[in-house]
Each structure stands twice: as structure tokens, then as C-alpha cells.
Design a binder for this molecule. Structure first.
Ligand SMILES: C[S@@+](CC[C@H](N)C(=O)[O-])C[C@H]1O[C@@H](n2cnc3c(N)ncnc32)[C@H](O)[C@@H]1O
Length: 494
């Protein structure tokens, strides 16, 4: 079955990427807060559609040895690579199937608790888009959730126009002087547009964003043979016709992006009882280009209330810096800009406690226990626990805290004899990013890659520091190794 997309993926390797928004420990939170009681990811059946070389799925299989992961893709080279990596990493709870989604059938009885289709929907022919939605509808478990990402209108329309223009230039008479490589053309368009009007600044920013993506990615993304954006409403209506229901964005904060005016929540209140119209409005207001949406079966039991217990079962961290003030406290981002200020005692105490375990994601029930101990007799569980749950949800909506369906506990200091897992070591060997404990890529330059390959648990920090001096004398080894440890990249020895 040949289509232009198949020809592309058979002939070129897609760059290895992991996507934090697809992590079931994160999507489970968004789904539960939307009222769907999804199964715990640790024992779940997870399917990734269009899994490429397995870079996004394999770390999930490594994290949840009691789960069952399946990756499908129609690129034979990608599936061969994914299988080989799983074998070398000793992962036996993951299988990779070379198949076209349009004909994939694992038998009538099999359903999936989490389906991930990232970077597929907008980049495939229309019949594959339909097959994807129909598959999710037929094969999600009763309380399962599917993540589908896609490019959105109106935000993407200028990009499509720029891609068409670049193709026109590179295939027409002008190509004699411009050449056929799109990147320099995007560059001279940006220079010609300049910076002197609001439109020029917008156009230049879009052009820079396009060529800021690595040259390896552009043929698969903006310059993919198919790149069909759609409006949010078109997507949700089509999903509805396939028997699916829209739940929300895969990351909570994306439901109300920070690009909106601070007073937008109050102004948009009249749309509160029409969530789909509200989301479409937000896309128009923010010129959103991309969405990562959660869908469930139309007949799934979706509750309209979220209980305090549901929220207390999450794990939490705040990645920001905490600063105590004469009256209350504030949170700062990495550039020391103020993100929020609190004077309410419960909020001050919450952020103070979270600042002590900044890198780990800790059970909220544990934090609630510490809050109760701090507040002594004035802590009333009937009143304070629901207030805490509301505070946590509000904070998560603003990205002041990050929630997960399960804890991530690790020592955030570098161990005496650092060791990375076989999967991370294989990534370093192949020159790919390592995937950290939060499913975020950790990019390595060549010297760092060689140092990571030496981190097999046999070399002390001092020996590694000496190696670092020879491989990259300019690297601040202590800072770098601390950074790796704070991202949970080392094997934890009990
Ligand atoms: C843009 S890549 C995305 C890879 C990965 N999911 C990510 O987001 O990084 C799209 C993947 O979908 C696969 N694909 C496209 N059409 C397909 C089809 N009809 N059946 C199976 N796989 C398909 C391609 O081979 C490719 O690996």
C-alpha cells in the first residue's frame, strides 16, 4: 500500500523524540479532572500508533514493567530499530508491529487503556485520519483515553502559505538562483519582511520558528508531503461522528493558555457552558497552531464532579523557585521573573513544602499530612482538604505546579558511582536524546555522550570529572552532573 507518507518514512529516518505531553502519568491527570476514571498507567495496556523507532514508547515500557505496550508503524526500518532497542534494553513487556493502521487488527477482544497518536493525524491522508478515529472508538477500553495531536487553524494557515510559497520558488524558474533548499529561502524571506510593522514581526517570528526546527525534522513536519491542519471544532465534530467524546487538552494548563490576557478567564465566563465554543474561541484569540487532545468513548462514564479524594491521590511538584516575603511568599521562574504571589496561609505553606522536594513528584496526601502537622490544631480536614484540592487544581491550570498520576521519587543529588539505565545508555550510543524521568528529552553533545557511556556504575564522580576534563575542558562537570541527577536520569540503588 503506497502513499507519499509511506514512501517518505521508508526512505528517511524520523528523528528520535519523546513527548512529555503523551506521558500517561500526565494524561491520566487531565482525564481524571475531566471526570473519566482512567486505569492506573502502571498496569495498563498502552498502544502507540505511528511509534517510529520506539523512542517515545520504550521509556514507558521501562517505567511500567507490569504494563503491556504495543507500538505500530508502517515503516519497516523504524519497527526493526524499535525491536532491536527493546531487545538490547531487555524489555519484554513491549511489542512492535509493522503494519498500516488502516489494516491493523489484533483480534476482537483486545482493547487499550491509553492510545497515543502523536504527530500522525495532520500528517496522513484523509482515510488514515478516519481509520485513526474509528480505531480509537472501537478499541479504547471503557474508561480508556486516546491522545491525538494535530495542527490547528487559524494558527497554522500562515505556515501552510509559507510552505506553499517556498515550494513554488524551489520548483519554479527562480530555483536557478535560489537553489532548491527551503532553509535559505525561509531565511531571505524573513530578512525581506523586516521588523517594522506588527505583521512583519509576526511573519518573521513564524519564519524563524519554522527554520528553528532542525533540518532533520522539517521534511516530516512543515514540509511533510501531507500537512492538513483543521479547526478544533472540525476535529471534535469528526471525532464525535466516530463515536468519541472530547475530554480536554492532554496537559491541564493547555485548556487555558497563558498567552491569553490575565483577565480573559473572567471575560470569557459567558462561554463557560459551551466548552467546545470556548476552546475554539481560545484558538482564534491565541492563533494556536497545535493541539494535543484527549478523547474517550462516547459511552464512557464521565462524571461531572471531581472529588477531593481524586485530587489528593495525585502527585505534585513545583518546578519554580520559592521566595519567602514579609507577607507571604512568591514564585519565580528560572529567569527570576515573578510568576505568582501568595499571602493565604494554606498556599504559602503548600509552596514552602514543595520547595523542599523541588525535583521529585511527591504524593499530595503526604504533603497534606505535613500541612496538617504544620498547622496543628487549626487544621480542619473537612475544610482544609477540599480547599487544598481547589488550590492545587487552580495552581496546575496556571502551571505553578505539575501533577502526575503517580509519584516520581529519586535522589536529586548525583550518586557516588553514577549509572544510567540500559535504555538511556543505548540512546547515548545512537546519538539520540536520553529520556528523563518526566519523559522530557535530554540532549547531549558529543563529549557529554561519551561521558554518559562511561556512567556504568563502575566509575566514581572523581573519575568521571577527570574524564570530563579531557573530553570537554570548558564543561562545568559539577553543574552538569547535578543537572542530570535532578532530572532523575540515574539508576537508583536502594
Ligand atoms: C511524524 S511521525 C511521528 C512519530 C512519533 N509518533 C512522534 O510524534 O515523534 C509519523 C509516524 O507515523 C507513521 N505512519 C504514518 N502513516 C501510517 C499508517 N498509515 N500506518 C502506520 N504508521 C503510519 C510514520 O511511519 C511515522 O513513523
Amino acid at each position: 500500500m503506497q502513499d507519499p507518507v509511506h514512501a517518505l518514512y521508508q526512505s528517511r529516518a524520523y528523528p528520535a523524540q519523546s513527548h512529555p505531553a503523551t506521558d500517561p502519568a500526565v494524561t491520566a491527570v487531565a482525564a481524571k479532572l475531566a471526570g473519566l476514571n482512567v486505569p492506573a498507567p502502571s498496569g495498563a495496556r498502552i498502544l502507540e500508533i505511528g511509534c517510529a523507532g520506539g523512542h517515545n514508547l520504550l521509556p514507558l515500557a521501562a517505567r511500567w514493567r507490569n504494563g503491556r505496550c504495543t507500538g505500530i508503524d508502517f515503516s519497516s526500518a523504524a519497527i526493526a530499530e524499535a525491536r532491536e532497542t527493546a531487545r538490547l534494553a531487555g524489555l519484554t513487556n513491549v511489542e512492535f508491529v509493522e503494519t498500516d493502521l488502516r489494516t491493523f487488527d489484533r483480534g476482537a477482544g483486545i482493547s487499550y487503556d491509553f492510545i497515543i497518536a502523536h504527530g500522525v493525524y495532520s500528517w496522513v491522508p484523509d482515510d488514515v485520519r478516519q481509520a485513526l478515529l474509528d480505531f480509537c472508538s472501537a478499541r479504547l477500553s471503557r474508561e480508556g483515553v486516546a491522545l491525538v495531536s494535530y495542527n490547528t487553524l487559524p494558527g497554522w494557515s500562515l505556515r501552510s502559505t509559507l510552505v506553499e510559497l517556498t515550494r513554488l520558488i524551489t520548483t519554479g524558474p527562480a530555483a536557478e538562483s535560489t537553489g532548491q533548499d527551503p532553509e535559505p529561502i525561509l531565511g531571505f524571506l524573513a530578512t525581506a519582511a523586516g521588523n517594522h510593522t506588527p505583521y512583519a514581526r509576526h511573519l518573521t517570528a513564524v519564519l524563524h520558528d519554522i527554520f528553528g526546527k532542525s533540518g532533520n525534522l522539517l521534511p516530516f513536519d512543515d514540509f511533510s508531503p501531507i500537512n492538513e491542519p483543521c479547526t478544533f471544532l472540525d476535529f471534535t465534530r469528526r471525532a464525535g461522528r466516530s463515536g468519541l467524546r472530547y475530554l480536554g487538552a492532554s496537559q491541564l494548563a493547555e485548556n487555558f493558555p497563558s498567552a491569553l490576557a490575565p483577565e480573559a478567564a473572567a471575560i470569557l465566563k459567558p462561554l463557560a457552558n459551551d466548552p467546545l465554543a470556548l476552546q475554539q474561541t481560545i484558538d482564534v484569540l491565541t492563533n494556536r497552531t497545535f493541539r494535543s487532545s484527549l478523547l474517550c468513548r462516547a459511552d464512557a462514564p464521565v462524571r461531572d464532579r471531581v472529588t477531593t479524594a481524586t485530587v489528593l491521590d495525585f502527585s505534585i511538584r513545583s518546578p519554580h523557585d520559592y521566595e519567602s516575603l514579609a507577607s507571604g511568599a512568591r514564585l519565580l521562574n528560572r529567569a527570576a521573573a515573578e510568576l505568582a504571589r501568595f499571602d493565604e496561609p494554606l498556599a504559602v505553606a503548600l509552596y514552602f513544602l514543595l520547595s523542599k522536594t523541588k525535583h521529585e513528584s511527591v504524593p499530595l496526601r503526604e504533603v497534606a499530612g505535613e500541612l496538617a502537622a504544620m498547622m496543628g490544631d487549626s487544621f480542619d480536614p473537612n475544610q482544609n482538604l477540599p480547599s487544598l484540592a481547589r488550590l492545587v487544581i487552580d495552581s496546575a491550570r496556571q502551571s505553578l505546579v505539575l501533577l502526575r498520576d503517580e509519584p516520581a521519587r529519586f535522589d536529586a543529588a548525583a550518586p557516588a558511582f553514577p549509572q544510567v539505565s540500559p535504555l538511556r545508555s543505548l540512546a547515548a550510543l545512537k546519538g539520540e536524546p536520553m529520556v528523563d524521568i518526566y519523559h522530557t528529552p535530554c540532549h547531549l553533545d558529543d563529549a557529554q555522550r561519551r561521558m554518559v557511556l562511561a556512567m556504568d556504575g563502575s566509575r566514581s564522580l572523581e573519575e568521571l570529572a577527570a574524564l570530563a576534563k579531557t573530553l570537554d575542558p570548558k564543561l562545568d562537570f559539577q553543574v552538569w552532573i547535578g543537572h542530570l541527577a535532578a532530572r532523575g536520569l540515574f539508576v537508583q540503588h536502594q
